[in-house]
Design a protein around this ligand. Structure first.
Ligand code: GLU
Length: 463
């Protein structure tokens, strides 16, 4: 096989969205698996709608997720190459100028629809009789065109139904189908892995390739991404900028894992629970382009939440702490990793961290009832237990005061008085809330001084 060279070709007319991200991931994996080259080609031929901020956002999103590319190109920089090939088609009588007005084209397609024919333009100027206007492909083909696709198998199109489709607005302004064909050839693209929405463009691209004596890359059209109700993906379903996921507090590993399973699943192993957690390294081993499904893939944000929670549980604490830094407004500095350790099992998004930390740091007023363990303790029992806790915890070395030392210091007391009778008032004193992280964790993040202070406060409330 020739060297694998793949590309993604996003148009900078919008932010990097999840569809392009999936294309990026699948292409990236396929390139890496085959020792190939992954190209990022910015398709900015639509000059009015293309914006530098969208290109920046595409680059930012890919960089965040670690999907590095080996080569970079911008279509606007290829204008002279397009011009050369357009001229070649015009000179060879394979393309021509057309100056039909929009209204005329609309009338034609309306009439075709009424006659139950495929709407297409069959141009009167295909003999090359005029010298300006848009440039169209002279489509004389009556053949069936077969797209050979790794995912979809063989898909047949009737070439005559495509009409004299457009190639360029002028010699200087190539349009999508033409620019893609020229670039894929010039950049020696071996495999075109892209969304299924481009499948209907493929027969046109194959006709252009033939007219220019180019080779045809191997195609793989990935299934459509759908919302939970199988409708077209909309903002409600997660069709937002990928960088927005970062702002929403999703971890990059969770996003990658989620996206990898949009249309692909590893083969099930008999008798084993289906594995869903895959790191990028594992994906490199397991991903198989040939096994990508044909049917639409549902984008369910609840699933992304699930992945995020899982990754929050098992990623190394240092990694999570690093990721969390930009989400914390409280000045917690070196104790951030302690908070992360205590809270990682309780949060879904990194954005949940800050309010949870605030909750722990700024204890609000509470009723003395809270300390009585739903009435299981009398006021004097609770007071006595808190006194005992204060005495024991005050005796600890402050430099050695952490979750573990607190836990072991209280072991005997727990055995003597029972777990609930000690742990409930301790936890309630430290959190001021019905539900919170556990008492040892809280003591660990608060430190000795604050722990004793809060216990003494609780003791005052009980007086
Ligand atoms: N520019 C196209 C898009 O943004 C990509 C087309 C292709 O991959 O051939 O959808």
């Amino acid at each position: 096989m020739n060297k694998v060279r793949v590309r993604i070709a996003p148009s900078p007319t919008g932010f990097l969205h999840i569809g392009t991200l999936r294309a990026a991931l699948f292409n990236w994996l396929f390139a890496k698996q085959n020792n190939g080259t992954f190209v990022l080609r910015i398709e900015d031929t639509d000059r009015e709608r293309s914006k530098p901020e969208f290109e920046e956002n595409i680059l930012e999103g890919l960089a965040w997720l670690g999907l590095d590319f080996d080569e970079f190109a911008r279509q606007t920089e290829h204008a002279s190459i397009y011009k050369k090939y357009l001229q070649q088609l015009l000179d060879g009588g394979k393309a021509f100028y057309c100056n039909h007005e929009r209204e005329e084209l609309m009338e034609e397609s309306d009439a075709q629809r009424t006659a139950k024919e495929a709407p297409r333009h069959i141009c009167k100027h295909r003999d090359g009789s005029i010298a300006s206007g848009i440039i169209r492909f002279k489509n004389d083909s009556k053949e069936k065109i077969t797209v050979k696709d790794i995912i979809r198998g063989e898909v047949e199109y009737d070439a005559s139904l495509l009409g004299d489709f457009s190639l360029a607005r002028s010699l200087a302004e190539a349009l999508y189908n033409f620019a893609v064909v020229v670039d894929d050839e010039e950049m020696n693209i071996s495999h075109v892995i892209r969304g299924e929405d481009h499948l209907p463009n493929t027969p046109k691209q194959i006709l252009i390739q033939k007219a220019l004596d180019f080779g045809t890359p191997i195609y793989a059209h990935m299934p459509l991404l759908l919302g939970a109700d199988r409708s077209k993906l909309s903002k409600r379903h997660g069709a937002r900028a990928v960088t927005e996921y970062r702002e929403m507090g999703y971890l990059k590993d969770a996003v990658i894992n989620f996206v990898a399973l949009l249309g692909w699943h590893p083969p099930a192993v008999k008798g084993e629970k289906e594995k869903e957690i895959f790191s990028l390294e594992e994906l490199l081993k397991k991903f198989d382009l040939e096994k990508v499904q044909k049917g639409g893939a549902i984008v369910a944000l609840e699933k992304l939440d699930w992945f995020n929670k899982e990754y929050l549980k098992f990623l190394p604490l240092e990694t999570l702490t690093e990721e969390a830094k930009s989400f914390v407004t409280e000045p917690v500095e070196e104790s951030l990793s302690k908070y992360m350790d205590v809270l990682r099992g309780r949060i879904t998004h990194l954005t949940d961290l800050d309010p949870e930390i605030k909750n722990i740091r700024n204890i609000s007023d509470y009723d003395s009832e809270l300390l009585l363990w739903h009435g299981k303790l009398t006021t004097s029992q609770a007071a006595q237990n808190i006194d005992n806790i204060i005495e024991i915890l005050s005796g600890l070395e402050s430099s050695n005061f952490d979750q573990k030392s607190v836990e072991s210091a209280l072991t005997l007391l727990l055995e003597k008085d029972g777990k609930g009778a000690i742990l409930w008032p301790l936890r309630a004193s430290l959190s001021g809330q019905e539900s919170s992280p556990g008492p040892f964790e809280l003591a660990g993040v608060l430190g000795q001084k604050e722990t004793i202070y809060r216990l003494k406060k609780a003791r005052e409330i009980l007086l």
